[in-house]
Design a binder for this molecule. Structure first.
Ligand code: COS
Length: 382
């Protein structure tokens, strides 16, 4: 459901100010400590950020895809680690439940997800099932009125904080692909579920990914999300939305970097004049701006299509592919424009350069997006 224009503008303005006044000043500290302070997380909860996409009846803001992207543009103007704190609640950790949950499942979990008391994670990836996500090996074996889960998930965002996991596991070992996979809502406190140590990563310090291990975890049948064998399709539809969300964050980071480049190039003098007056610097700014504008238009158009009820598998893949590659180029040019200052830590440019690298990998690599785009284009005949 779309917010009315005035409420939406107020929300965007509030998020913009929160990012500028509360988050940007502590970017370096969060990276250094590899943690977002608890009082900042509390402020995010109070602002409603954990519930941006949760239906109003469960306490969320029920943003349309377009409005979610508009908010994503603002959230992207600071370290992506901040967004990651509530990103799974807004996106891949909640949307399976929102789209496919029973009324009982929704009533049980969505209010906590919306308020941020309950953090959620999306557990699809495994050591041997990354891009080939239909090949998950985690088993869910029916035993009376429970499924017994055994296996391991890898690089699961927010697993160390999560109270609820959407887990894709194989219910039918005789079906090799996605058709043998079902989705489950798995509370963290079930016996046999354990979490690995947060991985040390290239960027986005303050956001965490961990292994999740299932050792005879007994999950009640009523926690299955969707029908048996429908789990892969649940995951793919969740990712259609998630990929648009990630696109919007890529665009926000790119816009932030472009503003940083303009400010720096206007101040920094070489050969007796601001480097912004040199056309080779202007060329880099022009390329970055043009590409960011193109990504913004593509993503918003795709989001509007989704809001109109269209299937956006192709559009979400194209947006994510273009926006994540685009922000990589923009970050690279930003380092170049800042020169030595772009390479040292003080200016934060090298940090964002590292932070954005993951956008080309998670929620589907660029190569997987290309596969999806090509397949969908061929299905449509062009
Ligand atoms: N929406 C609805 N259904 C979808 C779908 C989508 N977006 N994508 C695929 N499906 C359906 C297909 O229609 C097909 O259904 P039928 O069996 O009824 O024909 C089924 O799911 C299997 O799809 P497909 O044959 O395309 O599966 P593949 O294994 O060949 O490939 C890819 C699927 C590669 C596209 C998929 O595995 C993928 O997206 N991988 C990347 C996963 C990812 O993003 N991981 C990141 C982890 S989350 S941070």
């Amino acid at each position: 459901m779309a917010l009315d224009a005035e409420t939406r503008d107020q929300l965007i303005d509030t998020v913009r100010r929160f990012v500028a006044e509360r988050l940007r000043p502590i970017e370096a500290q969060v990276a250094e400590n590899d943690a977002v302070p608890d009082d900042v997380l509390a402020d995010m909860r109070a602002l409603g950020l954990y519930g941006l996409t949760i239906p109003e009846e469960y306490g969320g803001l029920d943003l349309s895809m377009e409005d979610e992207c508009l908010v994503g543009f603002e959230l992207g103007r600071t370290s992506p680690a901040f967004r990651s704190a509530f990103g799974t609640n807004v996106g891949i950790g909640s949307q399976g439940l929102v789209m496919f949950g029973t009324p009982e499942q929704k009533q049980r979990w969505l209010p906590g997800i919306a308020s941020g008391e309950l953090v959620t994670s999306f557990a699809l990836t495994e050591p041997e099932a990354g891009s080939d996500s239909a090949s998950v090996q985690t088993r869910a074996t029916r035993d009376g009125d429970v499924y017994v889960l055994n296996g391991a998930k890898r690089y699961i965002t927010n697993a160390n904080k999560a109270g609820l996991f959407t887990v894709m596991a194989r219910t039918n070992p005789d079906v090799r692909g996605g058709g043998g996979v079902s989705a489950f809502l798995v509370p963290r406190d079930l016996p046999g579920l354990s979490i690995g140590k947060p991985e040390k990563k290239m960027g986005q310090q303050g956001a965490h990914i961990c292994d999740v291990i299932f050792d005879n975890v007994r999950v009640p049948v009523e926690n299955r999300l969707g029908g048996e064998g429908e789990g892969f399709k649940v995951a793919m539809q969740v990712l259609d939305r998630g990929r648009l969300h990630i696109s919007s964050v890529c665009i926000g980071v790119a816009e932030r970097l472009i503003a940083d480049c303009v400010a720096y190039a206007s101040e920094r003098k070489q050969f007796g004049q601001p480097i912004a007056s040199f056309q080779l610097i202007q060329g880099m700014i022009a390329d970055s701006k043009t590409e960011a504008m193109a990504a913004r238009a593509l993503t918003l158009e795709s989001a509007r299509k989704r809001d109109a009820g269209e299937t956006v598998t192709l559009e979400a893949a194209a947006s994510k592919y273009y926006a994540s590659e685009m922000v990589g180029r923009v970050a690279d040019r930003a380092v170049q424009i800042f020169g030595g200052a772009g390479y040292v830590a003080d200016y934060g440019i090298e940090r964002l350069y590292r932070d954005v690298r993951i956008f080309r990998i998670y929620e589907g690599t660029s190569q997987i997006q290309q596969v999806v785009i090509a397949r969908e284009t061929m299905k449509r005949g062009g």
